[in-house]
Design a protein around this ligand. Structure first.
Ligand SMILES: [Ca+2]
Length: 313
């Protein structure tokens, strides 16, 4: 089993913070499912979850997924500025009905403040992985000192974060465009800001990596399968978010089956289009698959099909 092999080579769990748009697509649910199982397996410590889009059932639907693995205590934050009208999610109301009663969006702290607390209290450097919109991480970087920490957000990230892994961009073209970076003006600005100002290494898993790896579906156990069925993706979806989650858990490009192309990324703040200048000493990198799609698919489906009691350390 993949998790068991990984556990054998890891002395202690890695601290991890998970950001997600938790919006209209269902592959965020698969990513969370995988991270929760990795937490239970002792591979990571999931310290905080930030939702970077607001919908009526955002927080209770996400908490329901955590609760089915006995992990309802992982703190959830919400980026309250990120209300985007006109979108509808097919699965959140269904999932929220399974959440412990009374929990709503109103019970969540501001996500960037939750991140600040998680980082300030952490003794180890954490990995931040985000499979949604980059606006939340920009808010974290731009946050001023407060009662949580005397450091501003950029200094706090510099001292307490080892790497930021983003699902975003399209890197197989000279100039690519991908939804997380171009949807809504704030995200174009945020992606550009991160490329300019992020004080720690930034790794991108782009559109081209996940689009042909189809995973999950209505037969996936638990609420993940419910989400895929309700999303009308009974046979699965492209694996942008679960592949990013698995990469963050593994933490090593070679072991995860990728080549890292290093350099300097840039995003146009007006269009959200990304570009890349290769440089072996660069602190940015994008991932290129070294294996065939079946390799990544099998890994993800193996984890998604594990019942939670089989994930424990
Ligand atoms: Ca997503």
């Amino acid at each position: 089993m993949f998790f068991e092999e990984l556990k054998a080579s890891r002395a202690q769990p890695v601290d991890l913070i998970f950001g997600t748009d938790w919006w209209t697509d269902c592959d965020d649910v698969a990513a969370l499912d995988i991270l929760l199982k990795a937490h239970r397996a002792g591979l990571i410590r999931l310290k905080a979850i930030g939702i970077n889009s607001v919908m009526p059932y955002s927080a209770p639907s996400l908490k329901a997924v955590c609760e089915q693995y006995g992990l309802g205590g992982i703190p959830i934050g919400l980026d309250r500025r990120a209300v985007r009208r006109g979108a509808f999610c097919l699965y959140q109301k269904k999932l929220a009905a399974c959440c412990s009663p009374g929990f709503t969006n109103a019970d969540c702290p501001e996500a960037f403040r939750l991140y600040r607390s998680a980082l300030a209290s952490s003794t180890e450097k954490a990995v931040i992985v985000d499979v949604g919109f980059p606006s939340l991480i920009m808010e974290l970087l731009q946050s001023p000192p407060d009662e949580i920490s005397s450091l501003n957000g950029t200094a706090l990230v510099k001292s307490k974060v080892s790497e930021i892994v983003l699902m975003g961009g399209r890197w197989d073209k000279k100039t690519g465009r991908e939804y997380n970076f171009f949807a809504y003006p704030i995200n174009r600005k945020a992606a550009a800001y991160l490329c300019e100002h992020c004080p720690v290494p930034l790794t991108f898993l782009g559109y081209e990596v996940g689009k042909d790896v189809i995973t999950g579906g209505k037969t996936t156990p638990g609420l993940t399968g419910v989400a895929y069925a309700a999303h009308r993706s009974p046979q699965g979806r492209p694996s942008w978010d679960p592949m990013t989650a698995v990469f963050a858990i593994v933490g090593d490009a070679e072991k995860a089956g990728y080549q890292r192309v290093r350099g300097k990324a840039a995003v146009n703040p007006k269009t959200g289009a990304n570009s890349f200048a290769a440089d072996a000493g660069g602190s940015h990198s994008y991932l290129v698959k070294k294996r065939d799609d079946r390799f990544y698919k099998n890994r993800i489906d193996e984890i998604l099909m594990m019942p939670p009691e089989n994930c424990d350390e």
